[in-house]
Design a protein around this ligand. Structure first.
Ligand code: C5P
Length: 294
């Protein structure tokens, strides 16, 4: 029986994100293309006699029952009837509340790791249902790679993998609340036909035919509230990015570069300016599943 398991919990970007309309349940109907990237948190899970514990040195991460990884462990225990416990140590590298899905990724990685650690069995559909209860982005992290997300983002299907070597993630250093981003959008969105056409599928092709036709509907309200994010986009483009787009509800912006020299130059310039900046590449589904457990 494994006494502890090490997990790589990858970040995501959204190649494109279309918000169609606000639903009766308060969520927004989405069409998005998710992509896992090489930036990752490191998780170490060890079995305890019954307690669920979270340990993380990053002060922005709660170490109590509000942590999504904690909630994941509780739901998995309820679903399978096991009385086993776990200590979950999180080494944080993915910026928090940054549109990169860090908390959701940690929750999905915890589910996958606890199934191994506790040596339990769970029906695939039940696992997806638990993931969806934890958050709209969580089911995506059960599959990884490039995937289409519909519904509130929780209904995911694998699509043709997009490969991109030279991406730069840039974060201006403040958190954006996903809920606020959507609420601001609700006030701005019109119900004109043009705003409800799903652009996502043609955009999947566009990703390979850079410059992208992709867009993120959350950019308009979030950039209006945080002009610094628009500044990050401008800087990325002026440093030679072929394309720059906010990821999820922000504040992280990703830039797509043609080569490693340009991406490296932009990374040092933007760091010198005081931003958090990290070069990444896409992680395809095969690599995702081959490397999630170290
Ligand atoms: O599902 P998750 O907990 O990540 O969502 C956080 C918040 O973002 C929700 O409470 C909701 O206000 C908003 N949201 C939304 N439509 C979505 C996803 C999230 O309105 N498709």
């Amino acid at each position: 029986m494994p006494s502890s398991i090490h997990v790589q919990s990858y970040a995501k970007i959204n190649w494109t994100l279309d918000v169609l309309f606000k639903r009766e349940d308060g969520y927004h109907e989405l069409r998005t293309i998710y992509q896992t990237v090489s930036l990752h948190d490191e998780l170490k899970l060890s079995e305890t006699t019954g307690a669920i514990e979270i340990a993380c040195e990053d002060p922005r991460v709660p170490c109590d029952e509000t942590n999504l990884a904690f909630k994941a462990a509780v739901l998995l225990r309820e679903a399978t009837g096991t009385s086993k416990g776990a200590r979950i140590e999180i080494e944080k590298r993915i910026p928090v509340a940054a549109g990169l899905g860090g908390g959701s990724s940690n929750a999905a990685a915890t589910l996958l790791a606890l199934i191994r650690l506790w040596q339990i069995e769970i029906d695939e559909r039940e696992l997806i249902r638990i993931a969806a209860r934890l958050g709209s982005d969580v089911p995506f992290f059960l599959i990884g790679g490039t995937a289409l997300g519909v519904g509130r983002g929780e209904e995911v299907s694998p699509i043709e993998q997009v490969h991109c070597e030279h991406l730069l993630l840039v974060n201006p250093g403040f958190a954006v609340s996903t809920r606020d981003a959507y609420e601001k959008l609700s006030r701005l969105t019109s119900s004109e036909a043009a705003s409800i056409i799903p652009f996502t599928l043609p955009a999947a092709k566009g990703i390979r035919e850079l410059p992208l036709v992709a867009r993120n509907d959350l950019e308009e309200p979030v950039l209006a509230a945080y002009p610094e994010i628009a500044e990050v986009k401008r800087r990325l483009l002026s440093l030679g990015a072929r394309h720059a787009l906010m990821s999820g509800s922000g504040a992280t912006v990703f830039g797509v570069f043609d080569n490693s020299e340009m991406a490296g130059h932009a990374e040092s310039e933007l760091r010198a300016f005081g931003y958090w900046a990290e070069r990444v590449r896409t992680v395809g589904r095969q690599e995702y599943h081959a490397t999630i457990f170290q």
